[in-house]
Design a protein around this ligand. Structure first.
Ligand SMILES: Nc1ncnc2c1ncn2[C@@H]1O[C@H](COP(=O)(O)OP(=O)(O)O)[C@@H](O)[C@H]1O
Ligand SMILES: [Mg+2]
Length: 370
């Protein structure tokens, strides 16, 4: 288990890179640190690896305080974005290098290096030099080198960033399979939410040196704690509709651009105490039902554009200042929406029980406030 408490990092020049990071990682878990460039992901990872000394806070591994231990005393394997292979060494010598440092006997070294290479399907490359390899192959060598000493913890810092889209998916599957097989506690840093969702058991979302939310991909997607997390997770991104909570004839309603529409029943109770509050309704493209404009209870929007994604249509429509993307499963309606888009005609949407509601000012998810 890794336990990080109140980790702070202040660099010279007054940059606060980490502003009190707290997290507990269970044995065998695969964790992703996700966030925009500069939010503190690499700094956190480097503190865990021992490459940086934090300004404050503690890092424990299995209850042992490792905050001030040298990197080589931590039993950690690390894979970087730049593969950082030794150019003058053959692939097999690169992989066996950490074992040489640990003074493992020559025969065992090569034996273990070969076995690790087999796992990552690069046995046929062992006699080459790194310059004779593709990017994906180099990253496999770097992964072999990180894993050959059977570390307790594996750290990956944006390992797929230099690879093309197809290789990214290939390497991410290799990493995921290997981790599932070995159950080595692993942390991957990425700015790609799709990658984090695909690979990790739990994701910590960072912004400005602070963890915004640390949870399973499902929870982050369904119940984001604030607008930052909501904006970061999911593709296409979550839509936001500016609204005020008002009392209507049938009960609690949203006032949206002059229209009064009922709050979905499953959300009414949690929002009952929020009358007159200015909010942003957070709604994913498939969390609303496209209908014709005259349907009762529907929000009216002006259709701007329609995209045919093959399995569904993505209709872009506007209400007030908000541009919304709506999933339409019935692809035969393409011409219909094209027609509406040409004249900026109206369509309707019915909100479902799955919507989230955020306070416009504090940016917090109103449904998760208590
Ligand atoms: N050695 C350093 N000296 C000063 N500032 C640094 C140093 N390393 C990182 N930073 C700053 O700390 C912040 C976090 O950096 P980093 O952890 O590398 O972000 P990320 O990996 O999320 O992109 C950034 O503002 C960055 O400019
Ligand atoms: Mg980084």
């Amino acid at each position: 288990m890794i336990k990080i408490e109140n980790l702070r990092m202040e660099f010279e020049g007054g940059v606060t890179a980490l502003d009190g990071i707290n997290m507990e990682i269970q044995d065998g878990e695969f964790i992703a640190l996700l966030g925009p460039s500069g939010c503190g992901k690499s700094t956190t990872l480097n503190c865990i690896a021992g490459l940086l000394d934090p300004t404050d806070g503690t890092i424990r591994s299995d209850e042992v305080d490792i905050t001030n231990k040298a990197p080589k005393e931590r039993n950690i394997g690390m894979v970087f974005q730049s593969y950082a292979l030794y150019p003058h060494l053959r692939v097999i010598d690169n992989i066996a290098f950490p074992l040489k440092q640990k003074k493992v006997a020559r025969e065992e070294r090569y034996d273990r290096a070969r076995k690790m290479a087999a796992k990552l399907q690069i046995e046929h490359l062992l006699d080459r030099k790194p310059t004779q390899l593709s990017g994906g192959q180099q990253q496999r060598v770097a992964m072999c080198r990180a894993m050959v000493k059977e570390p307790k913890i594996l750290l990956f810092d944006e390992p797929m960033s230099n690879l093309d889209a197809r290789l990214k998916i290939e390497i991410r599957e290799v990493i995921k399979k290997l981790q599932a097989e070995t159950r080595i506690t692993s942390i991957i840093v990425t700015h790609d939410q799709e990658e984090a969702m695909a690979i990790a058991d739990r994701i910590a979302i960072l912004d400005n040196g602070r963890i915004q939310q640390f949870d399973t991909p499902f929870e982050l997607y369904q119940h984001p704690v604030n607008l930052f997390v909501a904006n970061f997770m999911g593709n296409p991104p979550m839509n936001f509709i500016d609204a005020r909570l008002v009392k209507g004839e049938g009960g609690l309603c949203f006032l949206v651009d002059g229209q009064t529409v009922p709050v979905p029943p499953a959300r009414a109770k949690a929002l009952a105490g929020s009358l007159d509050r200015e909010v942003k309704i957070g709604v994913r493209s498939h969390q609303m039902r496209p209908v014709e404009a005259h349907v009762a209870g529907a929000i009216h929007l002006k259709v701007q554009m329609v995209e045919n994604l093959g399995k569904e249509l993505l209709v872009q429509a506007q209400v007030g200042k908000n541009l919304i993307r709506i999933s339409e499963e019935d692809t035969t309606k393409y011409a219909f929406y094209r027609g509406l888009a040409d004249v900026k005609g109206e369509m309707g949407i019915l909100l479902t029980d799955q919507i989230n509601v955020f306070d416009s000012e504090t940016k917090a998810n109103v449904l998760m406030e208590q």
